[in-house]
Design a protein around this ligand. Structure first.
Ligand SMILES: Nc1ncnc2c1ncn2[C@@H]1O[C@H](COP(=O)(O)OP(=O)(O)OP(=O)(O)O)[C@@H](O)[C@H]1O
Ligand SMILES: [Mg+2]
Length: 498
Protein backbone atom coordinates (compact mmCIF):
# COMPACT_ATOMS: atom_id res chain seq x y z
CA UNK A 1 0.00 0.00 0.00
CA UNK A 2 1.12 3.51 -0.78
CA UNK A 3 1.91 5.20 2.49
CA UNK A 4 2.51 8.93 2.75
CA UNK A 5 4.79 8.47 5.71
CA UNK A 6 7.24 6.62 3.48
CA UNK A 7 7.93 9.67 1.41
CA UNK A 8 9.90 12.66 2.47
CA UNK A 9 10.53 13.96 -1.04
CA UNK A 10 7.11 14.48 -2.58
CA UNK A 11 8.47 14.70 -6.14
CA UNK A 12 8.57 10.88 -5.91
CA UNK A 13 4.94 10.60 -4.92
CA UNK A 14 3.54 9.36 -8.22
CA UNK A 15 6.40 6.94 -8.73
CA UNK A 16 5.74 5.41 -5.33
CA UNK A 17 2.10 4.93 -6.11
CA UNK A 18 3.39 2.45 -8.64
CA UNK A 19 6.29 1.21 -6.55
CA UNK A 20 4.04 0.07 -3.73
CA UNK A 21 2.08 -2.07 -6.12
CA UNK A 22 5.07 -4.19 -7.11
CA UNK A 23 6.97 -6.72 -5.07
CA UNK A 24 10.43 -5.37 -5.94
CA UNK A 25 11.97 -3.18 -3.28
CA UNK A 26 12.58 0.48 -4.16
CA UNK A 27 14.26 3.25 -2.18
CA UNK A 28 15.60 6.68 -2.97
CA UNK A 29 18.54 8.57 -1.46
CA UNK A 30 19.49 12.19 -1.96
CA UNK A 31 22.97 13.40 -2.88
CA UNK A 32 24.06 13.13 0.77
CA UNK A 33 23.02 9.54 1.09
CA UNK A 34 19.89 10.23 3.12
CA UNK A 35 16.95 7.93 2.44
CA UNK A 36 14.02 10.00 1.20
CA UNK A 37 11.56 7.28 0.17
CA UNK A 38 11.02 3.56 0.40
CA UNK A 39 8.25 1.25 -0.75
CA UNK A 40 6.63 -1.64 1.04
CA UNK A 41 8.46 -4.28 -1.00
CA UNK A 42 11.70 -2.91 0.34
CA UNK A 43 10.80 -3.28 4.02
CA UNK A 44 9.62 -6.81 3.33
CA UNK A 45 12.76 -7.87 1.46
CA UNK A 46 15.20 -6.25 3.86
CA UNK A 47 13.33 -7.01 7.06
CA UNK A 48 14.15 -3.49 8.27
CA UNK A 49 11.37 -1.36 9.70
CA UNK A 50 10.45 1.84 7.90
CA UNK A 51 11.27 3.99 10.93
CA UNK A 52 14.83 2.59 11.02
CA UNK A 53 15.61 3.68 7.49
CA UNK A 54 13.48 6.60 6.32
CA UNK A 55 15.32 9.91 6.84
CA UNK A 56 18.51 8.06 7.92
CA UNK A 57 21.86 7.99 6.16
CA UNK A 58 22.06 4.83 4.08
CA UNK A 59 25.69 4.14 4.98
CA UNK A 60 24.70 4.09 8.67
CA UNK A 61 21.69 1.91 7.99
CA UNK A 62 23.93 -0.50 6.14
CA UNK A 63 26.41 -0.73 8.99
CA UNK A 64 23.68 -1.22 11.57
CA UNK A 65 21.43 -3.59 9.72
CA UNK A 66 22.98 -5.05 6.66
CA UNK A 67 26.47 -6.46 6.47
CA UNK A 68 25.84 -9.25 3.99
CA UNK A 69 24.94 -12.50 5.70
CA UNK A 70 27.59 -14.27 3.74
CA UNK A 71 30.10 -11.78 2.46
CA UNK A 72 31.36 -14.45 0.04
CA UNK A 73 28.25 -13.93 -1.93
CA UNK A 74 28.59 -10.26 -2.55
CA UNK A 75 29.47 -9.44 -6.10
CA UNK A 76 29.49 -6.11 -7.82
CA UNK A 77 28.44 -6.71 -11.35
CA UNK A 78 30.28 -5.15 -14.23
CA UNK A 79 27.32 -5.59 -16.51
CA UNK A 80 23.62 -6.15 -16.25
CA UNK A 81 23.52 -9.90 -16.65
CA UNK A 82 22.81 -12.04 -13.63
CA UNK A 83 25.57 -14.53 -12.94
CA UNK A 84 24.84 -18.12 -12.07
CA UNK A 85 25.19 -19.12 -8.45
CA UNK A 86 28.40 -20.98 -9.21
CA UNK A 87 29.80 -17.97 -11.08
CA UNK A 88 29.02 -15.80 -8.11
CA UNK A 89 30.98 -18.01 -5.79
CA UNK A 90 33.88 -18.27 -8.21
CA UNK A 91 33.96 -14.56 -8.81
CA UNK A 92 33.81 -13.75 -5.16
CA UNK A 93 36.33 -16.50 -4.41
CA UNK A 94 38.73 -14.83 -6.79
CA UNK A 95 38.26 -11.52 -5.12
CA UNK A 96 36.21 -10.06 -7.90
CA UNK A 97 35.21 -6.71 -6.46
CA UNK A 98 33.68 -8.56 -3.58
CA UNK A 99 32.34 -7.81 -0.20
CA UNK A 100 32.19 -4.10 -0.72
CA UNK A 101 31.03 -2.68 2.62
CA UNK A 102 28.73 -0.20 0.92
CA UNK A 103 25.09 -0.35 0.03
CA UNK A 104 24.58 -0.18 -3.69
CA UNK A 105 23.11 3.33 -3.51
CA UNK A 106 26.28 4.67 -1.88
CA UNK A 107 28.42 2.76 -4.40
CA UNK A 108 26.42 4.42 -7.15
CA UNK A 109 26.94 7.76 -5.49
CA UNK A 110 30.71 7.17 -5.39
CA UNK A 111 31.00 5.69 -8.90
CA UNK A 112 28.54 8.22 -10.35
CA UNK A 113 27.14 5.56 -12.63
CA UNK A 114 24.54 2.83 -12.62
CA UNK A 115 25.80 -0.01 -10.44
CA UNK A 116 24.50 -3.50 -9.70
CA UNK A 117 25.23 -5.82 -6.84
CA UNK A 118 24.15 -9.30 -5.88
CA UNK A 119 24.19 -10.25 -2.25
CA UNK A 120 22.45 -12.13 0.51
CA UNK A 121 20.55 -9.95 2.95
CA UNK A 122 21.32 -10.67 6.56
CA UNK A 123 17.91 -10.27 8.16
CA UNK A 124 15.87 -12.24 5.68
CA UNK A 125 18.54 -14.46 4.14
CA UNK A 126 17.29 -13.51 0.71
CA UNK A 127 19.51 -13.48 -2.34
CA UNK A 128 18.84 -10.20 -4.11
CA UNK A 129 20.08 -8.12 -6.98
CA UNK A 130 20.26 -4.42 -6.21
CA UNK A 131 20.68 -1.76 -8.86
CA UNK A 132 21.39 1.92 -8.16
CA UNK A 133 20.29 4.35 -10.85
CA UNK A 134 21.67 7.92 -10.53
CA UNK A 135 19.57 10.96 -11.47
CA UNK A 136 21.62 14.02 -12.45
CA UNK A 137 20.72 17.75 -12.30
CA UNK A 138 21.30 20.35 -15.05
CA UNK A 139 25.00 20.78 -14.16
CA UNK A 140 25.71 17.07 -14.05
CA UNK A 141 25.70 16.65 -10.29
CA UNK A 142 23.90 13.72 -8.72
CA UNK A 143 20.49 14.76 -7.50
CA UNK A 144 19.26 11.45 -6.18
CA UNK A 145 19.62 7.72 -6.63
CA UNK A 146 16.88 5.19 -7.13
CA UNK A 147 17.69 1.70 -5.96
CA UNK A 148 15.70 -1.29 -7.14
CA UNK A 149 15.98 -4.56 -5.23
CA UNK A 150 14.79 -7.79 -6.76
CA UNK A 151 14.38 -11.06 -4.91
CA UNK A 152 16.38 -13.78 -6.70
CA UNK A 153 16.10 -16.44 -4.00
CA UNK A 154 13.61 -18.61 -5.90
CA UNK A 155 15.53 -18.14 -9.10
CA UNK A 156 18.77 -19.30 -7.54
CA UNK A 157 17.06 -22.15 -5.76
CA UNK A 158 15.64 -23.19 -9.08
CA UNK A 159 19.03 -22.82 -10.77
CA UNK A 160 20.58 -24.95 -8.07
CA UNK A 161 17.87 -27.58 -8.39
CA UNK A 162 18.20 -27.50 -12.14
CA UNK A 163 21.93 -28.03 -12.01
CA UNK A 164 21.41 -30.86 -9.50
CA UNK A 165 18.85 -32.38 -11.85
CA UNK A 166 21.28 -31.99 -14.75
CA UNK A 167 23.91 -33.82 -12.73
CA UNK A 168 21.44 -36.56 -11.84
CA UNK A 169 20.56 -36.87 -15.50
CA UNK A 170 24.21 -37.25 -16.46
CA UNK A 171 24.63 -39.87 -13.76
CA UNK A 172 21.59 -41.83 -14.93
CA UNK A 173 22.75 -41.71 -18.54
CA UNK A 174 26.13 -43.03 -17.48
CA UNK A 175 24.55 -45.79 -15.46
CA UNK A 176 22.30 -46.66 -18.36
CA UNK A 177 25.29 -46.87 -20.69
CA UNK A 178 27.07 -49.05 -18.16
CA UNK A 179 24.13 -51.43 -17.84
CA UNK A 180 23.59 -51.47 -21.55
CA UNK A 181 27.20 -52.39 -22.15
CA UNK A 182 26.91 -55.09 -19.52
CA UNK A 183 23.76 -56.39 -21.05
CA UNK A 184 25.32 -56.41 -24.45
CA UNK A 185 28.19 -58.51 -23.25
CA UNK A 186 26.64 -61.96 -23.49
CA UNK A 187 27.94 -63.34 -26.73
CA UNK A 188 26.30 -65.82 -28.95
CA UNK A 189 27.87 -68.98 -27.56
CA UNK A 190 27.96 -72.17 -29.60
CA UNK A 191 30.29 -74.21 -31.78
CA UNK A 192 27.77 -76.20 -33.80
CA UNK A 193 27.67 -75.84 -37.57
CA UNK A 194 24.27 -74.15 -37.32
CA UNK A 195 25.47 -71.50 -34.88
CA UNK A 196 28.68 -70.91 -36.85
CA UNK A 197 26.62 -70.33 -39.98
CA UNK A 198 24.22 -68.10 -38.09
CA UNK A 199 27.14 -66.05 -36.83
CA UNK A 200 28.47 -65.66 -40.36
CA UNK A 201 25.06 -64.52 -41.60
CA UNK A 202 24.73 -62.03 -38.76
CA UNK A 203 28.08 -60.45 -39.58
CA UNK A 204 27.30 -60.24 -43.25
CA UNK A 205 23.88 -58.60 -42.85
CA UNK A 206 24.46 -56.52 -39.71
CA UNK A 207 25.63 -53.49 -41.69
CA UNK A 208 22.55 -53.40 -43.90
CA UNK A 209 19.54 -51.55 -42.60
CA UNK A 210 17.13 -54.18 -43.85
CA UNK A 211 14.43 -55.53 -41.56
CA UNK A 212 15.21 -58.89 -39.98
CA UNK A 213 12.73 -61.48 -38.77
CA UNK A 214 14.12 -63.86 -36.17
CA UNK A 215 12.19 -67.04 -35.51
CA UNK A 216 12.78 -70.04 -33.29
CA UNK A 217 11.30 -71.91 -30.35
CA UNK A 218 11.10 -70.37 -26.93
CA UNK A 219 14.49 -69.90 -25.26
CA UNK A 220 16.65 -70.50 -28.36
CA UNK A 221 18.30 -67.10 -28.12
CA UNK A 222 16.30 -64.78 -30.35
CA UNK A 223 17.12 -61.80 -28.18
CA UNK A 224 20.82 -62.69 -28.11
CA UNK A 225 20.80 -62.82 -31.90
CA UNK A 226 18.97 -59.47 -32.12
CA UNK A 227 21.57 -57.85 -29.88
CA UNK A 228 24.40 -59.45 -31.83
CA UNK A 229 22.96 -57.85 -34.97
CA UNK A 230 22.76 -54.49 -33.25
CA UNK A 231 26.27 -54.72 -31.79
CA UNK A 232 27.72 -55.33 -35.23
CA UNK A 233 25.65 -52.75 -37.07
CA UNK A 234 26.47 -49.18 -38.06
CA UNK A 235 23.90 -48.11 -35.51
CA UNK A 236 25.74 -49.63 -32.56
CA UNK A 237 26.30 -46.27 -30.91
CA UNK A 238 22.66 -45.25 -31.17
CA UNK A 239 19.65 -46.41 -29.24
CA UNK A 240 18.66 -50.04 -28.92
CA UNK A 241 15.07 -50.26 -27.82
CA UNK A 242 13.13 -53.42 -27.17
CA UNK A 243 9.43 -53.90 -26.76
CA UNK A 244 7.69 -57.12 -25.88
CA UNK A 245 4.38 -56.92 -27.73
CA UNK A 246 2.84 -59.70 -25.64
CA UNK A 247 3.62 -58.12 -22.28
CA UNK A 248 1.83 -54.82 -22.89
CA UNK A 249 -1.97 -54.63 -22.79
CA UNK A 250 -3.45 -54.08 -26.24
CA UNK A 251 -4.95 -50.74 -25.25
CA UNK A 252 -1.54 -49.33 -24.27
CA UNK A 253 0.56 -50.85 -27.03
CA UNK A 254 -0.34 -48.26 -29.65
CA UNK A 255 0.70 -45.28 -27.55
CA UNK A 256 3.79 -47.13 -26.30
CA UNK A 257 4.91 -47.63 -29.88
CA UNK A 258 3.79 -44.45 -31.55
CA UNK A 259 3.39 -41.98 -28.67
CA UNK A 260 0.55 -39.49 -28.34
CA UNK A 261 0.04 -35.78 -28.76
CA UNK A 262 -0.94 -33.43 -25.99
CA UNK A 263 -4.67 -33.54 -25.54
CA UNK A 264 -5.07 -37.01 -27.08
CA UNK A 265 -6.41 -38.21 -23.75
CA UNK A 266 -8.18 -36.39 -20.98
CA UNK A 267 -7.03 -36.01 -17.38
CA UNK A 268 -3.61 -36.96 -16.15
CA UNK A 269 -2.44 -38.04 -19.58
CA UNK A 270 -3.02 -34.64 -21.11
CA UNK A 271 0.69 -34.37 -21.86
CA UNK A 272 2.55 -35.50 -24.94
CA UNK A 273 4.42 -38.76 -24.89
CA UNK A 274 7.24 -40.03 -27.05
CA UNK A 275 6.64 -43.46 -28.49
CA UNK A 276 9.34 -46.12 -28.68
CA UNK A 277 9.71 -45.55 -32.41
CA UNK A 278 10.72 -41.97 -31.75
CA UNK A 279 12.97 -42.98 -28.86
CA UNK A 280 14.68 -45.45 -31.18
CA UNK A 281 15.13 -42.85 -33.94
CA UNK A 282 18.44 -43.42 -35.75
CA UNK A 283 18.80 -46.65 -33.80
CA UNK A 284 17.34 -50.12 -33.67
CA UNK A 285 13.95 -51.31 -32.46
CA UNK A 286 13.35 -54.92 -31.50
CA UNK A 287 9.68 -55.85 -31.80
CA UNK A 288 9.68 -58.98 -29.69
CA UNK A 289 6.78 -61.45 -29.81
CA UNK A 290 5.55 -59.71 -32.97
CA UNK A 291 2.96 -62.49 -33.37
CA UNK A 292 1.07 -60.97 -30.46
CA UNK A 293 0.58 -57.63 -32.15
CA UNK A 294 -3.13 -56.94 -32.70
CA UNK A 295 -4.32 -56.65 -36.32
CA UNK A 296 -5.19 -52.95 -36.27
CA UNK A 297 -1.68 -52.12 -35.04
CA UNK A 298 -0.19 -54.39 -37.67
CA UNK A 299 -1.69 -52.05 -40.31
CA UNK A 300 -0.26 -49.00 -38.60
CA UNK A 301 3.15 -50.67 -38.24
CA UNK A 302 3.14 -51.56 -41.92
CA UNK A 303 2.51 -47.92 -42.84
CA UNK A 304 5.30 -46.73 -40.57
CA UNK A 305 7.76 -49.21 -42.09
CA UNK A 306 6.75 -48.34 -45.64
CA UNK A 307 6.57 -44.60 -45.31
CA UNK A 308 9.29 -44.12 -42.68
CA UNK A 309 7.11 -41.66 -40.89
CA UNK A 310 4.56 -41.87 -38.13
CA UNK A 311 1.65 -40.07 -36.67
CA UNK A 312 1.23 -40.05 -32.92
CA UNK A 313 -2.08 -41.06 -31.38
CA UNK A 314 -4.44 -38.07 -31.56
CA UNK A 315 -2.13 -36.20 -33.92
CA UNK A 316 -2.29 -34.82 -37.43
CA UNK A 317 1.38 -34.10 -37.94
CA UNK A 318 3.59 -36.75 -39.50
CA UNK A 319 7.10 -37.20 -38.18
CA UNK A 320 10.02 -38.66 -40.08
CA UNK A 321 11.71 -41.57 -38.38
CA UNK A 322 14.71 -43.67 -39.26
CA UNK A 323 14.64 -46.94 -37.34
CA UNK A 324 16.05 -50.36 -38.14
CA UNK A 325 13.49 -52.95 -37.21
CA UNK A 326 14.23 -56.41 -35.93
CA UNK A 327 11.18 -58.54 -35.25
CA UNK A 328 11.17 -61.80 -33.31
CA UNK A 329 8.64 -64.49 -32.57
CA UNK A 330 8.29 -68.13 -31.59
CA UNK A 331 4.95 -68.38 -33.32
CA UNK A 332 4.34 -69.77 -36.75
CA UNK A 333 3.49 -66.59 -38.61
CA UNK A 334 2.65 -68.44 -41.85
CA UNK A 335 0.03 -70.44 -39.99
CA UNK A 336 -1.22 -67.24 -38.38
CA UNK A 337 -1.63 -65.71 -41.84
CA UNK A 338 -3.74 -68.72 -42.86
CA UNK A 339 -5.82 -68.29 -39.72
CA UNK A 340 -6.32 -64.60 -40.51
CA UNK A 341 -4.38 -63.48 -37.44
CA UNK A 342 -1.36 -61.93 -39.09
CA UNK A 343 -1.19 -59.66 -42.13
CA UNK A 344 0.55 -61.24 -45.06
CA UNK A 345 1.84 -57.89 -46.40
CA UNK A 346 3.40 -57.10 -43.02
CA UNK A 347 4.97 -60.54 -42.90
CA UNK A 348 6.78 -59.94 -46.19
CA UNK A 349 7.86 -56.48 -45.07
CA UNK A 350 9.39 -57.91 -41.92
CA UNK A 351 10.81 -61.04 -43.45
CA UNK A 352 13.30 -59.23 -45.70
CA UNK A 353 16.08 -61.19 -44.02
CA UNK A 354 14.85 -64.28 -42.16
CA UNK A 355 17.00 -65.76 -39.40
CA UNK A 356 15.87 -69.12 -38.09
CA UNK A 357 17.50 -70.32 -34.88
CA UNK A 358 17.39 -74.09 -34.56
CA UNK A 359 16.32 -75.66 -31.25
CA UNK A 360 19.02 -76.92 -28.91
CA UNK A 361 18.13 -80.59 -29.48
CA UNK A 362 19.22 -80.17 -33.11
CA UNK A 363 22.63 -78.80 -32.17
CA UNK A 364 23.69 -80.78 -29.14
CA UNK A 365 27.38 -79.99 -29.75
CA UNK A 366 26.58 -76.60 -28.25
CA UNK A 367 25.59 -78.08 -24.89
CA UNK A 368 29.12 -78.56 -23.52
CA UNK A 369 30.28 -75.02 -24.34
CA UNK A 370 27.06 -73.56 -23.00
CA UNK A 371 27.39 -75.60 -19.80
CA UNK A 372 30.94 -74.33 -19.27
CA UNK A 373 29.83 -70.78 -19.97
CA UNK A 374 26.85 -70.88 -17.58
CA UNK A 375 28.75 -72.82 -14.87
CA UNK A 376 31.40 -70.14 -14.91
CA UNK A 377 28.83 -67.34 -14.76
CA UNK A 378 26.82 -68.84 -11.88
CA UNK A 379 29.87 -69.91 -9.90
CA UNK A 380 30.91 -66.26 -9.96
CA UNK A 381 27.42 -64.99 -9.23
CA UNK A 382 26.88 -67.27 -6.23
CA UNK A 383 30.51 -67.39 -5.06
CA UNK A 384 30.82 -71.13 -5.65
CA UNK A 385 33.46 -73.24 -7.30
CA UNK A 386 31.49 -76.19 -8.63
CA UNK A 387 32.65 -78.38 -11.41
CA UNK A 388 30.27 -80.20 -13.71
CA UNK A 389 31.46 -83.71 -14.34
CA UNK A 390 31.72 -84.92 -17.97
CA UNK A 391 29.41 -87.84 -17.20
CA UNK A 392 26.82 -85.27 -16.17
CA UNK A 393 27.17 -83.55 -19.51
CA UNK A 394 26.34 -86.81 -21.24
CA UNK A 395 23.01 -86.88 -19.42
CA UNK A 396 22.37 -83.32 -20.48
CA UNK A 397 23.02 -84.35 -24.10
CA UNK A 398 20.33 -87.00 -23.89
CA UNK A 399 17.63 -84.61 -22.78
CA UNK A 400 15.27 -82.97 -25.30
CA UNK A 401 15.38 -79.34 -24.06
CA UNK A 402 11.84 -78.09 -24.79
CA UNK A 403 12.82 -74.78 -23.15
CA UNK A 404 16.12 -74.68 -25.08
CA UNK A 405 19.02 -72.57 -23.80
CA UNK A 406 16.91 -70.81 -21.20
CA UNK A 407 16.04 -74.15 -19.62
CA UNK A 408 19.67 -75.25 -19.73
CA UNK A 409 20.75 -71.96 -18.16
CA UNK A 410 18.22 -72.34 -15.35
CA UNK A 411 19.15 -75.91 -14.65
CA UNK A 412 22.85 -75.08 -14.46
CA UNK A 413 22.08 -72.26 -12.03
CA UNK A 414 20.08 -74.63 -9.83
CA UNK A 415 22.87 -77.22 -9.92
CA UNK A 416 25.38 -74.58 -8.87
CA UNK A 417 23.20 -73.36 -6.01
CA UNK A 418 21.93 -76.59 -4.50
CA UNK A 419 23.93 -79.33 -2.78
CA UNK A 420 27.17 -79.15 -0.89
CA UNK A 421 29.76 -81.06 -2.85
CA UNK A 422 31.96 -79.36 -5.41
CA UNK A 423 31.31 -81.79 -8.20
CA UNK A 424 27.99 -82.03 -10.02
CA UNK A 425 27.44 -85.66 -10.94
CA UNK A 426 25.28 -87.47 -13.45
CA UNK A 427 22.94 -88.48 -10.62
CA UNK A 428 22.36 -84.82 -9.70
CA UNK A 429 21.33 -84.05 -13.27
CA UNK A 430 19.07 -87.06 -13.49
CA UNK A 431 17.39 -86.09 -10.27
CA UNK A 432 16.56 -82.66 -11.61
CA UNK A 433 15.63 -83.65 -15.14
CA UNK A 434 13.67 -86.73 -14.20
CA UNK A 435 11.84 -85.35 -11.18
CA UNK A 436 8.35 -85.03 -12.58
CA UNK A 437 8.30 -88.54 -14.02
CA UNK A 438 9.29 -89.84 -10.57
CA UNK A 439 6.19 -88.25 -9.18
CA UNK A 440 4.01 -89.57 -11.91
CA UNK A 441 5.28 -93.06 -11.03
CA UNK A 442 3.53 -92.70 -7.69
CA UNK A 443 6.47 -93.71 -5.55
CA UNK A 444 7.26 -90.40 -4.02
CA UNK A 445 10.14 -90.41 -1.57
CA UNK A 446 8.51 -90.38 1.80
CA UNK A 447 5.40 -88.42 0.82
CA UNK A 448 2.44 -89.86 2.67
CA UNK A 449 -0.70 -87.86 2.01
CA UNK A 450 -2.40 -87.10 -1.28
CA UNK A 451 -2.39 -83.42 -0.44
CA UNK A 452 1.41 -83.51 -0.02
CA UNK A 453 1.83 -85.41 -3.25
CA UNK A 454 -0.36 -82.93 -5.12
CA UNK A 455 1.55 -79.93 -3.89
CA UNK A 456 4.85 -81.65 -4.65
CA UNK A 457 3.68 -82.30 -8.18
CA UNK A 458 2.38 -78.74 -8.49
CA UNK A 459 5.69 -77.38 -7.33
CA UNK A 460 7.66 -79.41 -9.82
CA UNK A 461 5.39 -78.68 -12.74
CA UNK A 462 5.39 -74.97 -12.04
CA UNK A 463 9.15 -74.93 -11.52
CA UNK A 464 9.76 -76.80 -14.73
CA UNK A 465 7.40 -74.61 -16.71
CA UNK A 466 9.05 -71.49 -15.34
CA UNK A 467 12.40 -72.96 -16.31
CA UNK A 468 11.24 -73.50 -19.83
CA UNK A 469 9.43 -70.23 -20.41
CA UNK A 470 11.39 -67.91 -18.19
CA UNK A 471 8.30 -65.93 -17.31
CA UNK A 472 5.15 -66.39 -15.27
CA UNK A 473 3.18 -65.40 -18.38
CA UNK A 474 4.65 -68.22 -20.44
CA UNK A 475 4.17 -70.73 -17.63
CA UNK A 476 0.56 -69.63 -17.17
CA UNK A 477 -0.25 -70.32 -20.81
CA UNK A 478 1.40 -73.74 -20.74
CA UNK A 479 -0.21 -74.78 -17.47
CA UNK A 480 -3.60 -73.37 -18.40
CA UNK A 481 -3.93 -71.19 -15.30
CA UNK A 482 -3.87 -67.43 -14.69
CA UNK A 483 -0.54 -65.66 -14.46
CA UNK A 484 -1.51 -64.36 -11.02
CA UNK A 485 -2.15 -67.95 -9.92
CA UNK A 486 1.35 -68.92 -11.06
CA UNK A 487 2.83 -66.05 -9.04
CA UNK A 488 0.78 -66.92 -5.95
CA UNK A 489 1.48 -70.65 -6.09
CA UNK A 490 5.21 -70.16 -6.82
CA UNK A 491 5.41 -68.02 -3.72
CA UNK A 492 3.38 -70.40 -1.57
CA UNK A 493 5.38 -73.41 -2.74
CA UNK A 494 8.71 -71.72 -2.07
CA UNK A 495 9.89 -71.50 -5.67
CA UNK A 496 12.46 -68.75 -5.77
CA UNK A 497 14.86 -69.40 -8.60
CA UNK A 498 13.87 -70.63 -12.00
N1 LIG B 1 23.82 -68.83 -27.91
C1 LIG B 1 23.66 -68.38 -26.66
N2 LIG B 1 24.72 -68.08 -25.92
C2 LIG B 1 24.58 -67.66 -24.65
N3 LIG B 1 23.41 -67.51 -24.03
C3 LIG B 1 22.30 -67.79 -24.74
C4 LIG B 1 22.37 -68.22 -26.08
N4 LIG B 1 21.12 -68.42 -26.52
C5 LIG B 1 20.32 -68.13 -25.50
N5 LIG B 1 21.00 -67.75 -24.42
C6 LIG B 1 20.44 -67.37 -23.11
O1 LIG B 1 19.22 -68.09 -22.96
C7 LIG B 1 18.20 -67.28 -22.42
C8 LIG B 1 17.03 -67.20 -23.39
O2 LIG B 1 17.43 -66.52 -24.56
P1 LIG B 1 16.49 -65.48 -25.27
O3 LIG B 1 15.80 -64.65 -24.25
O4 LIG B 1 17.26 -64.76 -26.31
O5 LIG B 1 15.44 -66.47 -25.92
P2 LIG B 1 14.20 -66.18 -26.86
O6 LIG B 1 14.45 -66.96 -28.12
O7 LIG B 1 14.01 -64.73 -27.00
O8 LIG B 1 13.02 -66.86 -26.06
P3 LIG B 1 11.45 -66.47 -26.00
O9 LIG B 1 10.85 -66.85 -27.29
O10 LIG B 1 10.93 -67.30 -24.88
O11 LIG B 1 11.40 -65.01 -25.72
C9 LIG B 1 18.82 -65.93 -22.17
O12 LIG B 1 19.18 -65.82 -20.82
C10 LIG B 1 20.05 -65.92 -23.04
O13 LIG B 1 21.06 -65.15 -22.43
MG1 LIG C 1 12.49 -63.45 -26.29
Amino acid sequence: MYNKASIKDYSDESMFLVADAISDGVYVIDSHGTVTAINEGYTQLSGIKEKDILGKNMEEVWKNHYVPADSDVFVVLENESIPSYAEMIVKSGNGYDVGSPYPVSILTLKKKKKTSVITTLQNTNKIVSMTGIPVFDEVGEIKKIYTIIRDLTDLYDMKKKLSEAENDKKRFINELKYHRNNELQTDLIGKSRQISELRETIYSIAGADATVLITGETGVGKEIVARELYKNSNRKNNAYVKINCSAIPETLLESELFGYEKGAFTGAQNKEKLGLFEIADNGTLLLDEIGDMPMHLQSKLLRVIQEKELRRVGGEKTRKIDVRIIAATNQDLKQMIKDGKFREDLYYRLNVIPLVIPPLRERKEDISVLVDFFADRFNKKHSKSKFIDRSAIESLMEYDWPGNIRELENIIERLIIIGNGNIVLQSDIERILGKSSDIKGGDVNGISTLRQAVSQLEKEMIQKSLSIHGSTYGAAIELGINQSTVVRKAKALGIEEW
